[in-house]
Design a binder for this molecule. Structure first.
Ligand code: PLP
Length: 489
């Protein structure tokens, strides 16, 4: 690595990325390539000799950009956002520049201690209880994904329960039951498979539109009681604040009491909506969080932080470390022996880890709490604006109440003037799906859908860093234009 040559090439790459952001609206938001497009064009073997950065960047333009779905485009309203920011980008450069592997404190004290610092900052920002803090028995760690946080907390809960029951591990393992709602993210199921929970022991409790898709305390209690009667052992329950299909928020206060009553590990997944809870007006969604064992949210969704940063806090850090610790001769050192340092390898799956705290620290310092709150509030305001436009137009129906910055809507069954009593849900589904396909086909915007109680809804998730009012208004004009065309047909 020649520092001067690095400087020259890095400047070219920074210019390339700045140009990409300047021109991002010229690209179709969702990539339009066919499967295999890249494998067909790329050489079959690696180049023998070094190639200049200029040639490589030309190829990025020619071959890679067409295959990118532009999540950073202001017309991206799909899934949940994957945010980007100057602060995070620069933090990413710094952490890659140092590239330490901070598996334990000694391997890079700054990596470990900065992670502890930012996790404590975030804890305060979210007003999480003191019990989750390093200053008591808890603590926070940065994982790559929520799925990883599910796996680690499930393993911690499993080991605790197996130790409690002693004797026959495999017999007890087969009796452990995990609870969630039918709105819980599907990665919980994968995590259960990974940690050896029998999939027939994962209870996905049905939610109802009439209850805003919240996990019902009564339904949870009934499910647990029935399992206990059958000789099974309740292990873990996952609550969600901001579900993926509709951003529903489970009532944590009452649900966490049920978890306690049955001695289950309770986890809160706030992957998307956790970011909003740094604003006082949204914090009430976390009321009751003090009653759970662990809490996680993804900074890479809506917190101006690039992939992949999931922040996890646990109430009792020894639950995690007892389940995940290793102590090979190779890593033995005096600092770890004192038990006065955090060795994050014992809080996660892998040994190696990136210095992710660096970019979180950069994001928080670059925008400040006020800037981060403004970022959230801007998108919420835009979502409210879009929702109001839909509500005022009887061709559309906002299907579930908006909690944060996502609006779920469909073409109203009463939109067809020719059908006096309204069309069926199936017909509305067909029309709404056709509307989504035609909007996405324009290349100017991109949204995704959900099926809720047999109803097909378009999810408009507003949260791309560059999205402004003019983009939401453009989306509205397009919705109007495309729906008129569809209904006329
Ligand atoms: N939980 C919720 C509510 C989500 O919306 C998502 C992803 O969108 C996840 C979990 C999965 O997150 P990850 O990709 O970080 O595992």
């Amino acid at each position: 690595l020649d520092p001067e040559e690095f400087r020259r090439q890095a400047h070219l790459v920074v210019d390339f990325i700045a140009d990409y952001y300047s021109n991002i609206e010229q690209y179709p938001v969702c990539s339009q390539v066919e499967p295999g497009y890249l494998t067909k064009t790329m050489p079959k073997s690696a180049p023998l000799r070094p190639e200049p950065i200029e040639t490589i960047l030309q190829d990025v333009n020619k071959h890679i950009i067409p295959g990118i779905t532009h999540w950073q485009s202001p017309g991206f309203f799909g899934y949940f956002p994957s945010s980007a920011s100057t602060g995070s980008f620069l933090g990413e450069m710094l952490l890659t520049g140092f590239n330490p592997v901070g598996f334990n404190w000694l391997a890079s004290p700054a990596a470990t201690e900065l992670e502890m610092v930012v996790m404590e900052w975030l804890l305060k920002l979210l007003q999480l209880p003191e019990s989750f803090s390093f200053s008591s028995d808890g603590g926070g760690v940065i994982h790559g994904s929520t799925c990883e946080s599910f796996v680690c907390t499930l393993v911690a809960a499993r080991e605790k329960k197996l130790n409690q029951f002693g004797t026959n591990r495999s017999d007890t393992l087969g009796k452990l039951v995990v609870y969630c709602s039918d709105q819980t993210h599907f990665s919980l199921q994968k995590a259960c498979q990974i940690v050896g929970i029998n999939l027939s022991n994962v209870r996905s409790i049905k939610t109802k539109m009439s209850m805003n898709f919240q996990l019902s305390p009564d339904a949870l209690t009934m499910a647990v009681e029935s399992d206990v009667r059958a000789g099974l052992i309740p292990l873990y329950v996952c609550f969600t604040v901001g579900t993926t299909p509709t951003t529903a928020a489970d009532p944590l206060l009452i649900l966490s009491e049920i978890a306690k009553r049955f001695d289950m590990w309770a986890h809160v997944d706030a992957a998307y909506a956790g970011s909003a809870c740094i604003c006082p007006e949204f914090r009430h969604f976390l009321d009751g969080v003090e009653g759970v064992n662990s809490f996680s949210f993804n900074l890479h969704k809506w917190f101006l932080t690039t992939q992949q940063c999931c922040c996890l806090w646990v109430k009792d850090r020894t639950d995690l470390t007892k389940a995940l610790s290793t102590n090979p001769e190779l890593l033995k050192n005096k600092a770890s022996d004192t038990n006065k340092v955090v060795d994050y390898k014992d809080w996660q799956i892998a040994l190696g880890r990136r210095f992710r705290a660096m970019k979180i620290w950069m994001v928080i310092r670059s925008y400040g709490v006020i800037g981060l709150q403004e970022h959230i509030r801007k998108h919420v305001k835009l979502a409210k604006h879009f929702e109001a436009l839909l509500v005022a137009d009887n061709k559309f129906e906002v299907v579930v109440p908006r909690n944060f910055a996502m609006v779920c809507f469909r073409i109203s069954p009463f939109a067809l003037a020719t059908v006096a009593n309204g069309c069926s849900d199936e017909e509305s589904n067909r029309l709404t799906q056709a509307l989504l396909e035609s909007l996405n086909g324009s290349g100017l915007v991109y949204m995704t859908h959900a099926m809720i109680e047999g109803i097909y809804v378009i999810r408009v998730a507003i949260g791309a860093t560059l999205t402004d009012e003019k983009h939401v208004n453009m989306l509205w004009d397009m919705v109007q234009g495309h729906v008129s065309g569809l209904l006329a047909k």
